[in-house]
Design a binder for this molecule. Sequence first.
Ligand SMILES: NC(=O)c1ccc[n+]([C@@H]2O[C@H](COP(=O)([O-])OP(=O)(O)OC[C@H]3O[C@@H](n4cnc5c(N)ncnc54)[C@H](OP(=O)(O)O)[C@@H]3O)[C@@H](O)[C@H]2O)c1
Length: 325
Amino acid sequence: MALVATVAALLAALGGALWLAARRFVGPSVQHGGGDSGLMHGKTVLITGANSGLGRATAAELLRLGARVIMGCRDRARAEEAAGQLRRELRQAGGPGPGSDAGEAGELVVRELDLASLRSEEPRLDVLINNAGIFQCPYMKTEDGFEMQFGVNHLGHFLLTNLLLGLLKSSAPSRIVVVSSKLYKYGDINFEDLNSEQSYNKSFCYSRSKLANILFTRELARRLEGTNVTVNVLHPGIVRTNLGRHIHIPLLVKPLFNLVSWAFFKTPVEGAQTSVYLASSPEVEGVSGKYFGDCKEEALLPKAMDESVARKLWDISEVMVGILK
Ligand SMILES: NC(=O)c1ccc[n+]([C@@H]2O[C@H](COP(=O)([O-])OP(=O)(O)OC[C@H]3O[C@@H](n4cnc5c(N)ncnc54)[C@H](OP(=O)(O)O)[C@@H]3O)[C@@H](O)[C@H]2O)c1
């Protein structure tokens, strides 16, 4: 009896492993959100957090489409390493390598996120992708004294976008793409404690920052009407990246977690498809203020469409980052 049970368990495990492997190697297929190589020739794209995960995969895809990609990163060494890998991968895939004059692939440029110099050094900007993010970190403050997740995910991009608006307008038609998350559903904009000094819940604060990404997008779309600069927001799905670096997974559970993530999470290339689509596809020319997943428009909860909250958040953010004193 015990032997039968052991054999059955082994067969079940083997069947499960084969099923997982089949899912990885046979499907799901990567649907390229952008399109033909060459689609982004002559376009300059700035991606924040481009040295890792989704940002890195988005950079690779847009390079393949011929864009001049600026990797906006906080750590030059990490960014140069990622850029070197991307160049090698592209050459191995048969392309001439970004930066070469030999053919289709675009150009790759590494920049530290020095906002002032970025503004003065770049003659044009066709696409800004607000991608960088931090997830469920312990309570920390940014140099300017903001709660870390709200500061990085919302306020940092709020300031960057505002500083680059003039350049985006003079380069129009141009696009802004904001990477949010479905977890916005569990957040609220608690104006009375935006720095979480009264209480801190790391999950709530991540969700709040991602809700802020959506409210920011919708308010910005309203302000940009008639300028030929569009802004849209997306959720990428659950993607295997370095985002969980602050999450502690017990050693014994790690192999199981790795197996589940390998089987069920999207790869970075799969997760990047909606960012690439919104950055490059002619299908979304002129579309603004919308929320996307898997390259399709999706409905939002009412709290993410509340115009008065969006306006109030904009006004307070302006004061917080020092655009308005
Ligand atoms: N992965 C998912 O399942 C998932 C799901 C929904 C939404 N998202 C969103 O997708 C975006 C990309 O995340 P990812 O999954 O690709 O994670 P990731 O691999 O951890 O990449 C995050 C990027 O953001 C950068 N970053 C973090 N803090 C920063 C700061 N203070 N200043 C400048 N850059 C900073 C990181 O730079 P360093 O390498 O220097 O730290 C890194 O390049 C995030 O906005 C995230 O919220 C991801």
